[in-house]
Design a binder for this molecule. Structure first.
Ligand SMILES: [Zn+2]
Length: 465
């Protein structure tokens, strides 16, 4: 059996790993590489393998860096089935259509700006039609029910506790080449214990090969228990000043965690009961709708807290903003309020309008709740730049900027150590989805803690298992 990574090797984006077993090819994840425009287009446009020769895809979760290049795969001739959990299937229906819309508008914008260039991509990577065609290949499966993927390979999805529908993929393989049975486990993105809404990650007990993410292999998060009090302090401080709280947020999971957290704080009288909360992102609103339909995936805490009385995602203070006109009206809203909008790193979407309109007023607060990649507007705010460019215009940052780190949905170094230590009989630990300074330190600790051979996957370099 052979394993090759075509993305998320020594990096955290574009997750794609190819398993070759008994003459068949299984692709684990088919994520979009996200980075600078030209490099992204080139990387996403072609594959390091022949899509027509892939027998099946197994998808760990709906985040675009894991699922977002599936429409290209299908466009290039993939004919098989894409297996994932039921919630991941529902989420991909909205996430992939949204991604296609972004690809189309981005290409149209670029074509308008650079009408005479022959070197740059003008065609969208894929269209909404391509995304629709790709969705025909999806097959959602329940958690914890083993199914046969191809002859000699069985798959079970276990809770990863990272986002709704996220799975740890357990493959039981009969390798005909050496006649051995092998248990290969792919963590996908691993969540954290006690994360709001979701159940804790399922602890896999045994694995011959553990392919584990390493995003925060060398960093510890603030404890989850800090997230609610920290959010309450920010809301109260800003409300006392009569200001607005602007929160750039990812549409999937972070927005729903914020709604849940604000709901809990209102119920417990920890923040003003009359504060208005606007979710200004049509995608986030669609995703919240999917959360409402999957109450069976909530953890015990949410179920008992909200049992029978109300849904965690419904409260009178909450308003879902859909149209551009409604979004613009928020500029004239008087008094304290909370505006949650996408994109999460402030690089696109309606959040940029809210930042432009609110960043120069010291009464307001910009609360950063997610990872901000280098060179993004979000990162500049985190770095406390005194002035930032929005829509080609410079603005002084006079609003308060706070970073609420405890909201991360990824396992940190301690969670990863604990998880790996509790897996028995490992022959090899394979690290992916991490930059080298994170993966190498985790590799070192894993060797010390478990005595298991630990390798860091390199792009397009096959290993034999
Ligand atoms: Zn993820």
């Amino acid at each position: 059996m052979k394993l090759t990574s075509f993305g998320a090797a020594l990096e955290v984006t574009g997750s794609q790993h190819l398993l070759e077993i008994n003459g068949k090819r299984i692709l684990l994840d088919c994520g979009l590489f996200q980075g600078r425009r030209k490099e992204s287009f080139e990387k996403n446009h072609t594959f390091g393998f022949d899509p027509t020769k892939i027998d099946a895809v197994v998808l760990s979760h709906a985040h675009i860096d894991h699922s977002g290049n599936i429409p290209t795969l299908v466009k290039r001739g993939f004919k098989g089935i894409i297996h994932c959990t039921e919630a991941t299937h529902s989420l991909c229906e909205v996430m992939l259509m949204d991604s296609a819309y972004i690809q189309e508008s981005d290409a149209a914008y670029f074509a308008r700006k650079h009408p005479n260039t022959a070197l740059t991509p003008i065609e969208p990577l894929y269209t909404q039609e391509d995304a629709e065609a790709a969705l025909e290949h999806f097959n959602g499966k329940p958690y914890n029910k083993t199914f046969e993927l191809i002859e000699g390979v069985k798959v079970t999805f276990r809770e990863a506790g990272h986002v709704l529908g996220s799975a740890i993929v357990v493959l039981e393989i009969e390798d005909k080449e050496d006649g051995k049975k092998k248990r290969f486990v792919f963590t996908g993105d691993l969540g954290r214990k006690r994360l709001p809404i979701l159940k804790d990650p399922y602890q896999v007990e045994t694995a011959d090969y553990l392919m584990c993410e390493s995003t925060y292999g060398n960093r510890a998060h603030e404890p989850i228990e800090e997230s609610l009090p920290a959010l309450a302090r920010v809301v109260n401080r800003t409300a006392r000043r009569g200001g607005k709280i602007i929160i750039p947020s990812f549409a999937l999971e972070r927005t729903q965690e914020l709604i849940y957290s604000l709901h809990a704080l209102i119920d417990e009288d920890k923040i003003p009961k009359n504060i208005s909360i606007f979710i200004d992102s049509p995608l986030a609103n669609k995703v919240t709708g999917i959360f409402k339909k999957h109450a069976e995936l909530y953890d015990e805490e949410v179920r008992s807290q909200f049992k029978g009385i109300h849904n965690p995602f419904e409260m009178k203070q909450l308003k879902h903003v859909e149209s551009v006109d409604e979004s613009k009206k928020l500029n004239y809203f008087i008094g304290p309020c909370i505006i949650i909008s996408a994109s999460g790193m402030c690089e696109a979407g309606r959040i940029r309008h809210h930042l432009r309109n609110n960043i120069e007023d010291p009464k307001n607060t910009i609360a950063i709740v997610g990872y901000q990649a280098e060179n993004t507007l979000g990162r500049k705010l985190v770095n406390n730049d005194p002035a930032v460019k929005i829509f080609d215009e410079m603005f002084s940052v006079k609003a308060e900027v706070v970073v609420l780190e405890s909201f991360s949905a990824h396992a940190d170094m301690n969670d990863l150590d604990d998880y790996i230590k509790n897996v028995k009989n490992m022959k090899k630990v394979i690290l992916v989805h991490g930059e080298i300074d994170q993966s190498s330190v985790l590799a070192e600790r894993t060797r010390k803690n478990t005595g298991t051979e630990t390798i860091i996957m390199e792009p397009q370099k096959a290993i034999t298992l």
